[in-house]
Design a protein around this ligand. Structure first.
Ligand code: FE2
Ligand code: FE2
Ligand code: FE2
Length: 183
């Protein structure tokens, strides 16, 4: 059964009052964060020798994804693919053009090298994401899918590549075996 079986049955989004819209956006952000956090907590619980607590974290993480998806759909956040690609492109652009440059400056000024590295890893990948979404949107607008090639992601830094994986990650220098392929 598809994961989104309920969510797809939700009625088309109605006109939302500004405060309801704002509430859904905030709730979507919070639920999404909780879901990811619980997955990492689950990994930590496994490492700490608590496999059943790990399972609880994983299950509740999944519950939070249900909440997040319901909120996103209810606020009209899901459209046709070309529009979704535009939304995704705009998000990546904001990160590349405004958010990370500013955040990196703060980390640099405050001499926090770990924060600077974490944000630099992200920003470098977002540049590629922005381009990939832009290219995909061009295709989708013409009714074409993108080429049938694996998309691979560096487990360490999130560097993303379509097609062949480099011998060494150009961002963090991890070896090719650290890439996870989506194929
Ligand atoms: Fe929740
Ligand atoms: Fe991104
Ligand atoms: Fe990397």
């Amino acid at each position: 059964m598809a994961d989104d079986v309920f969510e797809k049955k939700l009625p088309a989004p109605a006109e939302l009052n500004p405060m309801t819209d704002e509430s859904l956006r905030a709730a979507f952000a919070g639920e999404s964060q909780a879901a990811e956090k619980y997955l990492v907590f689950a990994e930590q619980a496994e490492e700490d020798g608590f496999p059943n607590i790990a399972r609880l974290f994983r299950a509740i993480s999944f519950a939070e994804t249900r909440h997040a998806r319901n909120h996103l759909r209810t606020m009209g956040g899901i459209n046709r693919t070309a529009d979704n690609l535009q939304t995704a492109y705009e998000g990546e652009s904001f990160e590349v053009d405004e958010m990370y440059p500013a955040y990196r400056e703060i980390a640099r000024t405050q001499k926090n090298r770990e924060a600077l590295r974490s944000m630099s890893y992200a920003m470098k990948a977002e540049v590629d994401h922005k381009r990939m979404y832009s290219d995909a949107r061009e295709r989708a607008l013409k009714g074409d899918d993108i080429a049938d090639q694996p998309v691979s992601v560096c487990l360490i830094c999130g560097h993303t590549v379509i097609g062949d994986v480099p011998d060494k990650c150009p961002v963090c220098a991890a070896g090719a075996k650290y890439y996870r392929a989506f194929d």
